[in-house]
Design a protein around this ligand. Structure first.
Ligand SMILES: [Zn+2]
Length: 504
């Protein structure tokens, strides 16, 4: 500050807009002279600062917008890799009536996905880590059908008018993302984020890209059907000037745009939310509570009516339909990785008609207080005869006690691939699959002996194999050249048997 005499001073003020103090590209300031009293100079500096800040904010927002645009452009470009499937996302959306008629088709597509998926371990997505050697690849038809179904269900999803259609919509997105990752060897992430593995993140990004660029599902800001506003507490319902903040003590939030009705959450991100194979409820208590809530919601008659709910912890009041809560809970409870639940909740009407009675009707081969053996398959004079399979289970007081402790979640995972899902508190000891004669194992067959889960089980809690025998059976016993597998040495060997006894 230079003193000019007579109470006047001269200073240099930065000219607003000429330079930048923040941001990536630092520009040098240009200056202008200002002459005035100390008071006037203070005033001018203050004004100048405010103007600079105003221009700075505009500049920063521009940079932010450009970055968002670039991000959007890059994401869109990523989808070029699988653009050969884009046209299949253009099917005509169907209404609820047609959905009821088409549900059989969706069931068949669901089944065909699993026919492919069962080549790999589940529910974890680890199989998608080894993209180079992954075989078999999903078929084109499967991917096309999934894409068609997804686009058919788009409008029902956006209107949230049916929970089954919306779950199938989300589920098929989860499936198609796995197929696309496998077919095109898509890999975006190298490291995980919190509990999400790189594969989980890739899947989520593929779903996000597909829903945004192939299915044109908009985010709230760009959704023309979203036209309501609110602060967090709900006191302000109208769009306010920028940077307006609600003064309520527990709120203190800006006014933001609300999702289209009847949505509570953002329909765009909801497509990919909670589809990962993680357990979102780790505590059995919490899991049970939400499972109970889901079963209750399924019984509500009017599932499209908007309810006003108070959040148990934050006490926030929000509006949501039973349909949205059902879909949300379904995925949080991991039911989308549980074929039983999927089939029960989505396809039950259809399955009951077509389920082959052969598989449905089990025959009890043996039963006492601690053991039971069931059979499913072809019969003659009510005895196993032809092709079929049996499972042997056992229990005791200790098992029952342990089951009470580890609970229903454990049983669900343990029994995933078993057929007697009602035998809670039991453990499987052996399984035989093959040919039968007059109630006995006879002909070609495969016998599997399982480990006691108290000592060892697979990572996904399913029963682990202790021994395996492949070959011919005679009158219930191993007979002939038998391929035997030992889980300790992990080796197959050829052994001669005669009436169940090893020879040589
Ligand atoms: Zn508020």
């Amino acid at each position: 500050m230079e003193y000019l005499g007579k109470g006047l001073y001269k200073i240099k003020l930065p000219i607003p807009g000429t330079g930048t103090g923040t941001g990536f590209f630092k520009k040098d300031w240009k200056y202008k002279e200002f002459i005035g009293t100390k008071k006037e100079i203070k005033e001018a500096e203050k004004k100048n600062k405010a103007k600079i800040k105003e221009l700075d904010d505009i500049e920063n927002e521009k940079i932010y917008r450009e970055r968002a645009k670039k991000w959007d452009f890059d994401r869109k470009k990523e989808t070029n890799k699988f653009s050969k499937y884009k046209k299949y996302f253009n099917s005509k959306p169907i209404n609820i009536k047609n959905f009821e008629r088409k549900i059989k088709d969706y069931y068949i597509i669901y089944k065909s996905f699993w026919k492919w998926r069962e080549n790999f371990k589940y529910p974890e997505l680890n199989y998608l880590q080894r993209l180079k050697t992954l075989k078999p690849k999903p078929s084109n038809i499967l991917i096309e059908n999934l894409a068609k179904s997804i686009s058919e269900l788009r409008n029902i999803y956006l209107s949230l008018s049916d929970y089954r259609a919306s779950i199938i919509f989300k589920l098929f997105f989860y499936y198609i993302a796995q197929c696309i990752k496998a077919e095109f060897k898509v890999k975006y992430y190298k490291s995980g984020w919190f509990r999400g593995t790189p594969v989980d993140l890739d899947i989520s990004r593929i779903i996000g890209n597909l829903s945004k660029y192939y299915l044109n599902i908009k985010d709230i800001e760009n959704d023309t059907k979203a036209n309501k506003y609110s602060c967090w507490c709900g006191k302000y319902k109208k769009k306010q000037k920028k940077k307006f903040i609600c003064e309520v003590r527990n709120c203190k939030t800006e006014i933001s745009k609300l999702p289209r009705e009847p949505w509570h959450e953002d329909p765009q991100s909801f497509v990919k939310d909670n589809v990962g194979p993680l357990n979102h409820y780790n505590e059995p208590q919490e899991y049970k509570r939400h499972e109970k809530e889901l079963r209750k919601l399924l019984l509500i008659k009017n599932k499209i009516k908007i309810l006003t709910i108070k959040h148990p912890i934050s006490k926030q009041i929000y509006k949501v339909t039973p349909n949205e809560m059902i879909i949300d809970n379904f995925f949080r409870l991991n039911f989308h990785n549980d074929k039983n639940e999927v089939e029960k909740i989505l396809f039950s009407n259809f399955i009951e008609i077509t389920k082959t009675p052969k598989i449905n009707n089990r025959v009890t081969l043996y039963k006492d207080n601690e053991n039971v053996e069931y059979y499913w398959g072809e019969l003659k004079n009510n005895k196993p005869h032809g092709k079929g399979f049996s499972e042997k289970y056992e229990t005791n007081e200790a098992n029952k006690k342990v089951f009470k402790k580890v609970g229903i979640m454990w049983w669900k995972k343990y029994s995933k691939n078993l057929n007697a899902k009602d035998l809670k508190g039991y453990i499987i000891s052996e399984k035989y699959e093959g040919e039968w004669k007059n109630g006995k194992r006879d002909g070609k067959g495969e016998l599997t002996i399982f480990d006691d889960p108290a000592f060892v089980s697979n990572k996904d809690w399913s029963p682990s194999i202790c021994e395996k025998y492949k070959g011919t059976f005679y009158s219930g016993e191993l007979h002939g050249k038998i391929k035997c597998y030992d889980s300790i040495t992990k080796v197959w060997s050829l052994v001669n048997y005669q009436n169940g006894k090893k020879i040589n």
